[in-house]
Design a protein around this ligand. Structure first.
Ligand SMILES: [Zn+2]
Ligand SMILES: [Zn+2]
Length: 338
């Protein structure tokens, strides 16, 4: 099969022949319709090690159709439209058994521990496949596997957002941030979108944001959030992973508020512990999403309450171009099609 093969950091992916996976018992071979191009893949390209040693295939935001099933598979059949979850949980550990499969002790991430979706075919355990309704376009639907459902999990499960609550989304103008904005808005949140890209602040408004703040212009955005909300947001999300912004996002919540850490950083942050105690603040992380989150996210898309924000669709051969566009901040989400 054709695949974009990763040979190691700081070199372009090579589109070439790669062995087509053979399905075993309980597995399904999926013909990839599209795979989203994510910042996580960019981290691997820049040197964060993958669990599977190169040469291997990146890409963890995949939709497609079932091509072949192994022995004992009854849940799906060839031709079924499916999403492949970014995280494949073991189903047996403590966290899987209490319904927190996204932090499974033995999880396999697609395009990291095992070969991913920048290829014509991918093999996964059939039990993990999520059906994709016919109303949702198969290629664009790929981004539900991560870019939509991880923000959905952040808003619904970790923030436990209630209608009417005020929400500050820090880093609202990136691909993930815009999805936090539209999901929180669709679920009744009164959303303030904070970001640096004016055109995407406009898009945030179209997607339901109540107010927008341009972080390039407003030098005291925490004060602005406090003023707009009358004391601070019920919930703040950091989607940037930038330590200074994480600290500002934390400062922007009100007494009793929740702060949700979505962005990734390996750097320490400084926050006031006394404030957490006196004001009964909550800080929660969110890592990907669980199988159950897909059903809610898919229904928001199917019913038209949120949009699939795919800005670029490129053939697999142009995958390095897609990463360049991502790096230059020119995409909300790009997908590649084999
Ligand atoms: Zn991702
Ligand atoms: Zn597990």
């Amino acid at each position: 099969m054709k695949a974009a093969v990763f040979y190691g950091p700081n070199q372009p992916l090579k589109v070439e022949e790669y062995p087509t996976p053979k399905v075993g018992p309980g597995e399904a071979l999926v013909k990839v319709a599209a795979c989203g191009v994510c910042h996580t893949d960019m981290h691997y390209l820049k040197g964060v090690p993958t669990f599977k040693k190169p040469p291997m295939i990146l890409g963890h935001e995949i939709s497609g159709t079932v091509a072949e099933v192994g022995e004992g598979v009854t849940a799906v059949k060839p031709g079924d439209r499916v999403l492949i979850p970014a995280i494949l949980p073991c189903g047996r550990c403590y966290y899987c058994r209490i319904g927190r499969e996204n932090i499974c002790l033995n999880l396999l991430m697609v395009g990291n521990h095992v070969d991913g979706g920048y290829a014509e075919y991918i093999k996964v355990p059939a039990k993990d496949l999520i059906p994709l309704p016919s109303e949702i376009p198969l290629q664009e639907g790929a981004i539900i596997a991560d870019a939509i459902t991880s923000p959905y999990a952040a808003v619904v499960r970790r923030a436990e957002l209630k209608p009417g609550e005020t929400v500050a989304v820090w880093g609202a103008t990136g691909g993930l941030g815009l999805n936090v904005v539209q999901i929180a808005s669709a679920l009744g949140g009164k959303v303030i979108a904070l970001g640096r890209r004016e055109e995407n602040l406009k898009l945030a408004k179209e997607l339901g944001a109540w107010e927008t703040i341009n972080l390039k212009e407003d030098k005291e955005p925490v004060r602005t959030v406090r003023r707009l909300t009358g004391g601070g947001a019920d919930v703040a999300f950091d989607v940037t992973g930038v330590p200074q912004v994480i600290e500002q996002a934390f400062e922007s919540i009100k007494q009793g508020g929740r702060f949700i850490v979505v962005g990734y950083s390996d750097k320490p942050i400084t926050i006031n512990a006394g404030r957490i105690m006196f004001r009964e603040l909550e800080i929660r992380g969110v890592m990907g999403c669980r199988p159950i989150d897909y059903y809610g996210a898919i229904e928001l898309v199917r019913s038209g309450k949120i949009r699939l924000l795919v800005s670029h669709k490129l053939p697999l051969e142009q995958i390095n171009e897609a990463f360049k566009l991502l790096e230059e901040g020119k995409v909300t989400r790009a997908i590649v099609t084999p």
